[in-house]
Design a protein around this ligand. Structure first.
Ligand SMILES: Cc1cc2nc3c(=O)[nH]c(=O)nc-3n(C[C@H](O)[C@H](O)[C@H](O)COP(=O)(O)O)c2cc1C
Length: 194
């Protein structure tokens, strides 16, 4: 029997995205975000609060990076989500992570994270229901260890974290259980040419 849980955002999985940007003096800051997704081939949208240090930095420099957190970077990913650069100016230095400047945009790549999207700021959407930063992905850099032989990202090697908002926990997404755009062909009474 089904139970009603009330009005809640019952979405799972959510990503564990680490958004990084420089401030006007070239200092790195980074934050954790679960409310982000791609919206097109090379566009990304991040629902991040206007008062976060990272959001202010993005508006200041016009660029940011978005890294995928993995099992190895879990603790520091969480740290980026519970400490603010507004209160702790050396937040990034205290994380123990390292960063290099992207060759494509004026934003830092955190070297400890396996996959990073390098983005230029496009616009901010500020309406009654949504506050979001939109970016254009101009490059993806990835550690060789998480790639297939033909240079694509291999999620079975990535050990990417997903955020479980119900249990406020991090989980790992690795196991392949089916082929998308294919397994559905085994279902239903479909004409053979459909
Ligand atoms: C798992 C997790 C997910 C989060 N997702 C978001 C999010 O989607 N949007 C947001 O504005 N803040 C989110 N936060 C909160 C920010 O990461 C947090 O406020 C952070 O301290 C902001 O850092 P900054 O002020 O240094 O930029 C999340 C935090 C955690 C731990």
């Amino acid at each position: 029997m089904k139970k009603d849980l009330g009005a809640k955002a019952a979405l799972f999985p959510m990503p564990v995205l680490i958004i990084a940007a420089y401030d006007g003096e070239g200092n790195v800051n980074a934050m954790n975000a679960g409310l982000g997704t791609v919206c097109g081939k090379d566009r990304i949208v991040l629902m991040i609060s206007a008062n976060h240090k990272t959001t202010k930095n993005i508006h200041e420099t016009g660029a940011f990076t978005v890294a995928l957190a993995d099992r190895r970077t879990m603790a520091v990913a969480d740290y980026f989500g519970i400490v603010s650069g507004n209160k702790v100016p050396d937040k990034f230095a205290r994380s123990g992570c390292h960063a290099v400047r992207s060759r494509f945009v004026d934003a830092p790549i955190i070297t400890e994270f396996p996959v990073t999207m390098e983005c230029e700021y496009v616009k901010t959407i500020d309406t009654e229901n949504v506050y979001a930063v939109v970016g254009r992905i101009v490059n993806v850099s990835a550690d060789e260890e998480v790639l297939t032989d033909d240079g694509n990202i291999d999620t079975s090697k990535l050990n990417a974290l997903v955020f479980d908002q119900f249990q406020c926990s991090y989980r790992i997404a690795t196991e392949k259980v089916g082929q998308a755009c294919s397994i559905g062909r085994t279902v239903g009474d479909r004409p053979s040419d459909a």
